[in-house]
Design a protein around this ligand. Structure first.
Ligand code: FE
Length: 208
């Protein structure tokens, strides 16, 4: 992916160092327990994450009636699936799905801060919170998408959805070609978080 914005090369390392220092201080002051951070991390590795969104998208691909229900009443449709509890938990209230296709490409952003549907997508990447991304995403979504490697044809409409405390969007990307033979689990494995944010397409599986 072409980097949209300029960050220091040691951004990951310096962020990790800051987090470690902050965690140590909070534990020392008795604000959190020694296993608090691990518990949160485990939650986002096993309960809330893009693996849930991928299952939802795969179901929508194989079941058009489910896809219809999903865009009409997202929480109700999600409740049909066997997903971990917590779909209505933090940042899970009022999630709404929008489907790519039929001449429309959807992009989700949060212009105000970083609202994101945690239960289905996990935690947002750092650039999602970047003021430049948030501003350019609404002003020139096609240019931003091009920088992500998504060339949206001029005849395709680009819709930008602004997540907020009231509603948190995610995208049902288009099913790629050459996947007719794949089952739901294999389809889910193709779905990336970026594709459910609208900044990537789902690639066809490599021809074997
Ligand atoms: Fe926000």
């Amino acid at each position: 992916m072409t980097p949209l914005f300029q960050y220091e090369d040691d951004r990951e390392a310096s962020s990790a160092a800051k987090v470690r220092a902050l965690e140590a201080l909070l534990i020392e002051k008795g604000v959190i327990g020694s296993d608090s951070v691990d518990a949160v991390l485990q939650h986002f590795e096993t309960v809330a994450g893009p693996f849930n969104g991928a299952k939802i998208v795969a179901r929508a691909w194989v079941d058009p009636a489910f896809k219809q229900r999903l865009v009409e009443d997202t929480p109700k449709a999600i409740a049909e699936l066997d997903l971990p509890a917590g779909m209505a938990g933090a940042e899970g209230e009022h999630m709404a799905a929008v489907a790519n296709g039929d001449g429309v490409h959807n992009l989700i952003i949060c212009t105000l801060c970083s609202c994101y549907p945690w239960p289905v997508l996990g935690l947002p990447p750092y650039w999602y919170k970047d003021p430049v991304f948030r501003a350019r995403g609404v002003r020139e979504p096609r240019a931003v998408l091009r920088e992500f490697g998504v060339d949206v044809p001029t005849e395709t409409e680009v819709k930008v959805w602004d997540s907020s405390a009231q509603i948190r969007w995610f995208v049902v990307p288009e099913r790629p070609a050459n996947t007719e033979h794949l089952g739901e689990q294999e389809l889910a494995a193709l779905v990336t978080p970026e594709s459910m944010m609208g900044v990537a397409l789902v690639a066809s599986p490599a021809a074997t």
